[in-house]
Structure formats: structure tokens, C-alpha cells
Design a binder for this molecule. Sequence first.
Ligand code: GRF
Length: 198
Amino acid sequence: TRVAILISGGGSNMLRLVQDMQAGGYAKPVLVASNDPQAAGLARAAALGVAVAAVDHRGFGRDRAAFEAELLRPLLAANPDVLCLAGFMRVLTPDSVRRFAGRMLNIHPSLLPKYPGLHTHQRALDAGDTAAGCTVHQVTAELDAGPVLGQAVVPVLPDDTADTLSARVLVQEHRLYPLVLRRFVAGQREPVFLDCNQ
Ligand code: GRF
């Protein structure tokens, strides 16, 4: 199974996915691409021997379709079976999503359906939630709303800030995403739920 990964920044989730595929041999990371040529994750992917590409979305103004047409070039050339969004901060048009329907995953730092969109940790804190976490889901045209493939739950602590909570959730993202990718590649679609009391 050929897997491509889209990132926008540091790529810590991408790194775990690539390392898990290289260790487990169950899939091959064929491309890591970013909307930001300066994304630090690109060098980290290249250091692991993975092909990389970047298309600067800022060159396209508000024309999302034109940006995605450029991004799709290296992506389609890599001929992936599965596309993982990992810290990818652009909303894809329905046309691009349709190209990968049923084989595009995303990790979102909340317990969906709660808090789709941005600033998820601050919203959980503001709501007084006692639990938070992350979700891996199949990407559909509706933002952060596709079928859930896995979730990991963490406690919210009384003195948590968005930073301390996001750090605790990120650790679980790194556990959850590789597990879900392995299951997805094996054809499993039942969601997996990770609990952790740390
Ligand atoms: C993190 O906030 C993570 O919660 C979300 O995207 C951000 C960057 O992740 N998934 P990464 O380190 O680039 O994978």
C-alpha cells in the first residue's frame, strides 16, 4: 500500500506515520507534500528517505482550486493508495476530496463531533470539559465530519492551559494515528478507542 502524507508545519504526526510504516513494513510512504515550502517536516521526511514536494498556497490568493491543481501534480504522480492529512492546515475543495473518497484520513485534535475547526483545546477548556483528545476520521467534503476511525481520550487537568492540554493530546495523536493507519491498510473500518490516564 502506497501512502502519501500532507503537512503544513513540523510534521510530528507525519514522522510517526513514516517511522511506523518503515518499521512495520505494512505500507510504503511514497510522498510527503506541504502547502508551505518552509515546513520543517519536509526536511524530517527527506532525512528518512521519503520523497517530498511543496506548493506555496500563498501564490494562489483565494483560488483554492488552482492551488490544489498544483498540489495534485506531485501527489497523483506518486500514485498513492491512501492519503493522510497530518497537521495539514488547508481546507481541501470537494473536488480534491472526491478524488480520494474513502481513502483519505485526517487527524483532528478534539473528540469529534465536538469542536470541529480551530482552537479546539481552548474551546474545551472554556467549556469546562474534564476530558479531551484527538480523532482520526475519513475525510469527506464536510470539514472534520467524516466517519470516525479512532479516538484517544486524555484528562483535562484543573490548571491546564491550551498549551499543556495540546501537548498531552499530541502524545496521544502520535499513538493513535499509526494504529489507525495500520488497521485501515488491513481493511479494518471499526473505530478504535484509546484511553489513557496520564
Ligand atoms: C497539532 O496541533 C496537531 O494537534 C494537529 O496539527 C498540529 C501540528 O501537528 N494535528 P504536526 O506536528 O505537524 O503533526
